[in-house]
Design a protein around this ligand. Structure first.
Ligand code: SF4
Length: 136
């Protein structure tokens, strides 16, 4: 993971459609949201410990819990919901979206180990198989 990717994860920053097309990589996935939350939580805990120790604010420890909720958990949850909406749209609009080999938690083709996009189908449709319904 390079430094820019780390910043993207920390900021829960999504790539533009052009970037996604160029790199064929979705910037935000379930994994990057989890990483973002963990990274933010670790930074908030370290900062809180430093501030609490430095200014002897032990009776205000609960503010750290609030900071973790406001700075890491809630933005992570919002970002996850956004990713879910994006995946739902992707499933409706693309060939890969209706294929049984698509891993919807990371927008990844399980056969080719690549990220399909709206304009990029790694197998060019040759390995497409329909998703199985629950009654099969
Ligand atoms: S097998 Fe082909 S159609 Fe299915 S997800 Fe992979 S690239 Fe897309």
């Amino acid at each position: 993971m390079n430094f820019n990717k780390l910043i993207d994860v920390f900021m829960f920053r999504e790539g533009t459609d052009e970037e996604t097309y160029e790199t064929m990589q979705p910037v935000i996935t379930t994994g990057s949201v989890v990483w973002g939350v963990l990274l933010r939580t670790a930074i908030i805990i370290l900062l809180s410990l430093f501030i609490i120790e430095q200014f002897d604010l032990r009776e205000y420890w609960w503010l750290s819990a609030f900071a973790i909720w406001a700075g890491a958990a809630y933005p992570g949850w919002r970002q996850y919901q956004k990713f879910q909406e994006k995946m739902k749209k992707f499933e409706e609009e693309t060939l890969c979206g209706s294929c049984r080999y698509l891993d919807t938690s990371s927008q990844l083709c399980k056969i080719y180990d690549e990220h399909p996009t709206k304009d990029y189908i790694p197998c060019e449709g040759l390995n497409w198989e329909p998703k199985q319904s629950d009654n099969e």
